[in-house]
Every structure is written in structure tokens, then in C-alpha cells.
Design a protein around this ligand. Structure first.
Ligand SMILES: C[S@@+](CC[C@H](N)C(=O)[O-])C[C@H]1O[C@@H](n2cnc3c(N)ncnc32)[C@H](O)[C@@H]1O
Length: 412
């Protein structure tokens, strides 16, 4: 359930900071909720985030443990007397941060790069304990949000049109990923500072609007700029946000490469931007030292065209026999190199499924979060891995080219 491995932790070996977390979770009168996220250096946790809260069942008080694996949430209830074991299992399994809310105050557990835990205390962020069992999961984007009507996803009554249900699911899924990613860079209590966001290759702008809608709720004062080469789409979106009465959002006609924000953005989106437009966006984000990057690559023609049947690593020849396999190989190679290059520039990077393949084959998302103090060995290993992959396949990925034009491919 918690993704822990190995035997129960020895209570005599438990660091004092961990014991503070255990004590806070085990206090039936004061404990509100706890969340565990991030991975300590050199560990990989089984889930992206685990939250724990008390819940009142017919059989008495339990702890509800919700485990989010990046796609879906698995919920289980455990007896309160197992709370110490559950918490110690979670901490032993490698989570870097725990944030515990209690009525007396909040505790934030952090681990240094060397794995040393310490507690930071904050004022209480809540004054009530919610133990209801069927707490309705709040929707991140309610169907009656006016922007959904403006883009034709919902009708006048705020009901999702049958023809737009897949698009609505994509919006919800995207905002869920955005929300979790920003939570991982928030202050732990869920307070996110205003975000300067840009959406490069925003197209018809549904996800741009959804992002701004969400940011203005979780981080008031956030700004958004959507960029696209298509002047008609930009004009339409500018009219839409005027109608919605939204400020702090604008759309500009132009190329990703030529876009110059007044200040470097904190969040870069590049969602299904065509072919090497994704590389343009990633190269800009790396140069801007953008904190969070969400990129859903589209067609990867640039590298596919370079794959040459006369330059195939030994044993991989059959992958050139079938057009579709060769094409997918090009896609995966492109995105793997992109992910490694982001790592080489100090980003914690993962590749996740964006929307189900049932809706689109273009369903990968590269998610990258800038690490505060990246490990220099990781940077150089990732830069070397990207260069090696390119060399083995005899290709020159566009992102390496873009970064080479202004410096090295990796290892900042
Ligand atoms: C497939 S659409 C995706 C739109 C939107 N991001 C989404 O996910 O729904 C790709 C958009 O990227 C734009 N685009 C492609 N290359 C671009 C570039 N170099 N600079 C700016 N926009 C670009 C296209 O005009 C198009 O509107």
C-alpha cells in the first residue's frame, strides 16, 4: 500500500525528526492530515504522493491512505494503531518531504541532500478536522466554469456536450497533472506563489485557458501569455478572454523562438507543439531556468528522418523492418534524449502518460521540475547519456542543436 520495502523499521534507529511526524499523526485530538512527496536523493518512491487523514467509519476511527501514482489514486483505510508503522514505512521508503497539519501547528519534514531529516514548524493552516468518509473529491475544473462554455466544451447550462467529453477529460487530466506538479514546488502547506506562465504553441488555447483558470485560484496574481504563429487563433483567444473579463492573460502572434517575455517565466507549457517547436520551447525553458516545464511532444519528424538503416546499433536491425516500429522508435528516441537533456540541466524529469491512448497516440508528457541543488554527477551523467544515445543512432536531435547554438548540450 505504501510502497515500502524491507522489514519494519527498527524503532531504536528512528531519527528524532521522523518521530515528530509519527507523534503528530498519532494524536487523535489534533491530527488533521499528512502528505508525503518527493524522493530523497538516490531513492525512487513507488508513488508520487501519499496523503493520510483520519476517517470515521462504522467500525471506528481509521486512517485513510490515498496513494497517487501519477495517473490515479488508490485509497485504503487502516486501523489507527497501525499509524506509526504506516508513517515509518513511508519515510523509510524514500519520501523527501512530509507535511503534517495539526490543530496546534503544521510540521514540515525535509531531508538534506545527505539525507539528514529536519523539521520546520509553521502556524496551523486549518482549525478543523474533517473525518467524513465520503468527502466528495472536489473537481479541479467544474463543468460550469464560464471558459468551458466560451470554447464550446459545455452548453448554456454548463453541461459537457457529448461531442466534447474527450476534450473535457483531457482538460481535467491536464489540470490534475499541473496541480500535482505545482504542489510539489509549493511551500508544503499548499500555498503556491503567483506563477508567470507561458504556453508556447497554444493553438486554440483550451489548455491555456484551463491553466489560467486554475492558476488564478491556487496562486492569485498569476499571469499567462499564450504564443502561436497563427494570428487568427490569437485574435479569437484575445476576444474570448475580453468577453470572460479575464485580465493577467494575453495572447501574442509569433514564433516560440522569437518570443521574448519581459521576465523569465516560472512555468512553460508546450503541448502538442509541432515537431521541433517542442525543442524550441524546451531550449527556451532551459535558458530561462524555468522552474516547471510540461511538454507533450507531437510529431517527431526531425529525428525520424535522420534514422538511417545503414547506421543501426548491432542487433537493432529488425526495428527498421516495419515502418510503424521505426516511427515509434524515432518518437521514443527523441523524447528520451529530451528528458536526459533536461536532467543534464538540473531538472528532475519524468515521462508520464498524459491522456489515455484511447484518445490520441500522442499521449506522452515530459514533466520537468528544476532541482534546487542538483547533484553534479547526475548532470554530467545525463549529458553524456544524451550524447551517447545520439551517437549510437547516428542522429543529431534538435534540442541538442538548439542548445549547441548557444552553448553545450548539457551539464550546466
Ligand atoms: C497541435 S497544435 C496544439 C495546440 C495546443 N497547445 C493544444 O495542445 O491543444 C500546435 C500549435 O503549435 C503552433 N506552432 C507550431 N510551431 C510553432 C512555432 N515554432 N512557434 C509558435 N507556434 C507554433 C501551431 O500553429 C499550432 O497552433
Amino acid at each position: 500500500m505504501t510502497g515500502a520495502v524491507g522489514p519494519d523499521p527498527d524503532p531504536d534507529q528512528v531519527p528524532a525528526a521522523w518521530s515528530s511526524v509519527v507523534d503528530a499523526v498519532c494524536d487523535p485530538e489534533r491530527f488533521v492530515s499528512a502528505s508525503f512527496s518527493g524522493a530523497r536523493r538516490g531513492t525512487r518512491t513507488a508513488a508520487e504522493k501519499v496523503t493520510v487523514r483520519p476517517v470515521e467509519l462504522r467500525t471506528g476511527r481509521h486512517l485513510q491512505v490515498s496513494t497517487f501514482d501519477g495517473r490515479s489514486t488508490d485509497v485504503s483505510n487502516v486501523a489507527v494503531d497501525r499509524a506509526p508503522t504506516v508513517v515509518l514505512e513511508l519515510l523509510s521508503s524514500g519520501y523527501a518531504t512530509a507535511y503534517v497539519k495539526t490543530l496546534d501547528g503544521d510540521l514540515q519534514l525535509q531531508h538534506s541532500r545527505k539525507g539528514v531529516p529536519r523539521i520546520v514548524r509553521h502556524r496551523a493552516s486549518t482549525d478543523e478536522i474533517d473525518t467524513s468518509h465520503d468527502r466528495a473529491k472536489p473537481r479541479l475544473v467544474e463543468p460550469d466554469a464560464p471558459f468551458l462554455r466560451a470554447v464550446g466544451i459545455t452548453d448554456q447550462r454548463g453541461v459537457v456536450k457529448p461531442s466534447a467529453s474527450a476534450k473535457y477529460r483531457q482538460v481535467e487530466r491536464f489540470v490534475e497533472i499541473l496541480d500535482h506538479t505545482l504542489a510539489s514546488v509549493s511551500d508544503g502547506a499548499g500555498h503556491t506563489a503567483p506563477v508567470r506562465a507561458v504556453d508556447l504553441g497554444c493553438g486554440s488555447g483550451v489548455l491555456t485557458l484551463a491553466t489560467h483558470h486554475h492558476l488564478s485560484r491556487i496562486a492569485p496574481g498569476s499571469t499567462m501569455i499564450g504564443v502561436d504563429t497563427k494570428a487568427d487563433l490569437v485574435a479569437g483567444l484575445s476576444a474570448t478572454v475580453t468577453t470572460l473579463g479575464w485580465r493577467d492573460i494575453e495572447f501574442r502572434t509569433g514564433t516560440i523562438d522569437g518570443f521574448e517575455p519581459d521576465e523569465p517565466p516560472d512555468l512553460v507549457l508546450a503541448l502538442h507543439a509541432c515537431d521541433t517547436a517542442t525543442d524550441d520551447a524546451l531550449a527556451r525553458a532551459i535558458r530561462w531556468r524555468t522552474r516547471v516545464v510540461l511538454a507533450a511532444p507531437c510529431c517527431q519528424h526531425h529525428l525520424q528522418a535522420q534514422l538511417d538503416r545503414h547506421h543501426v546499433p548491432d542487433g537493432f536491425e529488425p526495428m527498421f523492418r516495419h515502418g510503424i516500429v521505426r516511427e515509434r522508435l524515432g518518437d521514443l528516441l527523441t523524447d528520451t534524449v529530451r528528458a536526459e537533456i533536461l536532467r543534464a540541466h538540473g531538472y528532475r524529469t519524468d515521462v508520464i502518460e498524459f491522456v489515455s491512448t484511447e484518445h490520441t497516440a500522442k499521449n506522452l508528457m515530459i514533466r520537468a521540475v528544476l532541482v534546487d541543488e542538483p547533484d553534479p554527477d547526475t548532470l554530467s551523467a545525463a549529458a553524456a547519456a544524451a550524447e551517447r544515445l545520439a551517437a549510437v543512432w547516428g542522429v543529431r536531435p534538435a534540442l541538442i542543436e538548439r542548445l549547441d547554438a548557444g552553448g553545450r548540450a548539457g551539464g550546466s
